[in-house]
Every structure is written in C-alpha cells, then in structure tokens.
Ligand binder design. Structure first.
Ligand SMILES: NC(=O)c1ccc[n+]([C@@H]2O[C@H](COP(=O)([O-])OP(=O)(O)OC[C@H]3O[C@@H](n4cnc5c(N)ncnc54)[C@H](OP(=O)(O)O)[C@@H]3O)[C@@H](O)[C@H]2O)c1
Length: 210
C-alpha cells in the first residue's frame, strides 16, 4: 500500500520503520526536510518528499504531528480527496491531566471537520512511540492493539489491516465519535507509563471471558 507519514519525530519515525518492514511503499515528510531525509535514509526503500507532495499517490496519510500542527500540515499536503487520513494525535494539556479540546468533541472530529474531502480515522494514539518502534509482539501470545475509529467502514478496515501488517492487532472501535474515548485513554496510558512509573513498554488492551 502507498502510505505517506507526515512528521518525522518519535511517532513518525517509528511508523515509517514498521511500515517499511511490512513492505509498504512509504514516503515521509516533515517541516524540516533534513529530518524527513534522515528518517528515509535509515529505512531502505523509503522516500522523503516535500510537504506539498504528501498526498500525491498516497492511499493512506498518517498524520504524526502534534495536534496543534495537524490541520496546517494537512492543508498543505495537497489534494486529499478520497484519501484516508489517520489521526494519531493526543490533544493533551501541558500537565497531561486533561484534553485541550474537552470531552464534547475530539481531535479526530475537529480534523475531520477541517478536511471533509478526506476519510479521517483515529488510530495508533494509544501506542507509545517506543512500543511502535519495537513492535507489537509482547510475547505469550499478546499483541498490542491498535484501536481504529472512523465513520467509513472501508477506511477502518484498511487501517486495521495496515496495523496488522505492521505486527499489531487492529480493533474496530466504531465511529469517529469514539475518538472521544480513545484520546483520554491515551492520557491514562501516559499516566501509567510516566506518572505511576510503569515505563513506556506498555499498551492498553481489553480482555474478554472465553
Ligand atoms: N510520542 C508518543 O509516544 C506518542 C504516542 C501516541 C500518540 N502520539 C501523538 O503523535 C503525535 C506526534 O508525537 P511525536 O512524539 O512523534 O512528536 P514529535 O517528535 O515532536 O514529532 C512531530 C513531528 O511533526 C512534524 N511537523 C509539525 N508540523 C508539521 C507540518 N506542518 N508538516 C509536516 N510535518 C510537521 C515535526 O517536524 P519538524 O521537526 O520538522 O518541525 C516533527 O517531525 C502527537 O500528536 C502525539 O500526541 C505520541
């Protein structure tokens, strides 16, 4: 699959690594072209592109910027019509104890409103960059879940399949509105990882009695 990652930071570089390993055609862009080039150079087959070329050829665009930069990055990415945009952002306050946009909306819904020509999906926001970089196999049959929320069934399935190809378990988490639950869940993950001292080799999951 043709995938462009916007952002070459912690998450962007980990996404590029796993996508390239899974055999996808991967392009990466960042505000600073040198950062995108460095990530591309570290991953065979990956191409660094200018921000304005991000959408060209991409079936899926993964937005790996901070929430505050997300809409501007998408608006300068080129033609988004028919593209699946994966929002991984967590709009957390500086003290990580709240959401800058409250609970009556979500970053994903606000991004979707700004780019109605795209199919926006929330995913990967509950996965720490370290987990993403190291892989989703936690041993003993445990696979890190990637919760996928979006209003297009096709887009949800595509992103769940993409996550699976990268070694994670794609979980259908329903409509885009459910990003209102996924974003605070990432806040709890950050509390457990940093506040409670569990470290960043953790991930939220669900269990079901068999
Ligand atoms: N870190 C985690 O464990 C984690 C886990 C789950 C979700 N998230 C979410 O993932 C997102 C990225 O986190 P991160 O830790 O990877 O942040 P980061 O290391 O600061 O990386 C952000 C990247 O976004 C790029 N960027 C900003 N504006 C851009 C634009 N207009 N066009 C292209 N690129 C642009 C930056 O490029 P320049 O450096 O060139 O400016 C940088 O490469 C955040 O929304 C965060 O909430 C993070």
């Amino acid at each position: 699959m043709n995938v462009t990652v916007i952002g070459a930071g912690n998450m962007g570089s980990a996404l590029v690594k796993q996508l390239a390993r899974a055999g996808h055609q991967v392009r990466v862009t960042a505000r600073n072209p040198e950062k995108a080039q460095a990530v591309a150079a570290a991953n065979p087959g990956v191409t660094a592109v200018r921000p304005g070329d991000a959408a060209a050829q991409a079936e899926v665009i993964i937005l790996a910027t901070g929430y505050g930069d997300a809409v501007a990055a998408l608006k300068s990415a080129g033609d988004l019509r028919g593209r699946i945009v994966v929002d991984i952002t967590n709009p957390l306050t500086a003290d990580y104890m709240g959401l800058t946009i409250g609970h009556a909306t979500s970053a994903a819904e606000e991004i979707a409103k700004a780019v109605p020509e795209a199919e926006v999906v929330k995913a990967f926001n509950t996965v720490f960059a370290q987990v993403l970089a190291e892989g989703g196999d936690f041993g003993n049959g445990q696979t890190v879940p990637v919760f996928v929320a979006g209003d297009s069934e096709r887009a949800r399935q595509t992103v769940a399949d993409l996550a699976k190809s990268m070694g994670f378990a794609g979980i259908d988490a329903g409509g885009l509105k459910n990003a209102r639950y996924l974003e605070p869940l990432a806040g709890l993950n950050i509390y457990l990882g940093y506040g409670a001292g569990w470290g960043t080799s953790i991930a939220p999951t669900w269990i079901k009695r068999q």
